[in-house]
Design a protein around this ligand. Sequence first.
Ligand SMILES: Nc1ncnc2c1ncn2[C@@H]1O[C@H](COP(=O)(O)OP(=O)(O)OP(=O)(O)O)[C@@H](O)[C@H]1O
Ligand SMILES: [Mg+2]
Length: 198
Amino acid sequence: MSHVLLLEQRNFIRQHLRNLRRSLTEEQQQRAADMLTERAVSFEGIASAVHIALFIPVDGEINTLLLSAKFWKQKKQIYLPVLHPFAAGHLLFLSYTPQTPLVLNKLNIPEPPLDVRQIITLDRLDVMIVPLVAFDNRGQRLGMGGGFYDRALQNWRQQGFLPIGVAHDFQKVEKLPVMQWDIALPVVLTPSQLWQWE
Ligand SMILES: Nc1ncnc2c1ncn2[C@@H]1O[C@H](COP(=O)(O)OP(=O)(O)OP(=O)(O)O)[C@@H](O)[C@H]1O
Ligand SMILES: [Mg+2]
């Protein structure tokens, strides 16, 4: 299939699923978050992890705030993505505690203020919880289109952390159109299922 057609298909899927996500009610979001949190804390890859990268939900993304509260209670260390100040398209991961103030970045996403002392290098991470717009039968992932997580996930096996996608159940599609830079996920958690590949 032509490149242009593939990109159009990807944008069509993005739009459709982002609309569905944004149309969820408070109650639906709350229920999804409760179920996801329960599933996540009992998943071995997370239970044994100490250093966990998470994200603040926007745009109808599954609510991870309950999960962060659980992690703090369990004395786990949480990190949030921060837009790299000069390497365009790259993320840094900074420590996030209940005391960390959050500021809106240029994409309108809350992030900790940049402070080099708070950066964790990816080789020290145990788990990276990854946002997504859609995932498929093989663990392929579609994000919001910036390629940020494709870059962050590029060498996850060598770095030694486990990427875990989290999403609402309806974000699963049969087969995504994949580009050569896309990095597939080994695990996806939804409110009602654990998906694992390889
Ligand atoms: N590893 C990479 N190196 C260079 N460019 C990349 C890389 N990964 C992605 N890109 C670029 O980023 C752009 C967006 O990629 P893509 O559509 O796969 O994003 P996404 O997976 O939907 O978003 P995200 O990963 O931010 O959630 C693409 O145009 C691609 O050129
Ligand atoms: Mg991608």
